[in-house]
Design a protein around this ligand. Sequence first.
Ligand SMILES: [Zn+2]
Length: 86
Amino acid sequence: MGFCVNCGNQHHDGVRFCRFCGTAQPSEQLLARLRSEAEQIRLLRIQMQQQQVNAQNDAYARLEAMRQQSEAAARMNNQQYRSPGW
Ligand SMILES: [Zn+2]
């Protein structure tokens, strides 16, 4: 079963025209191509999201390293450490 690209009513696979609104339906070949393009876009999005997470983790790791360095420096100077408010 498929759905009309125009009115959304359900119709049998392989029909060329919707029996409700008469709109020509995309061929299985076209649908298969669109599905594979949609799948590629989905995978790209997942990759980009993962890269963003990695970049955020990197930034957090750098901030944490800086915080520890300043903490250590403060201890060495025997000064009270004040959080920069991160
Ligand atoms: Zn239709």
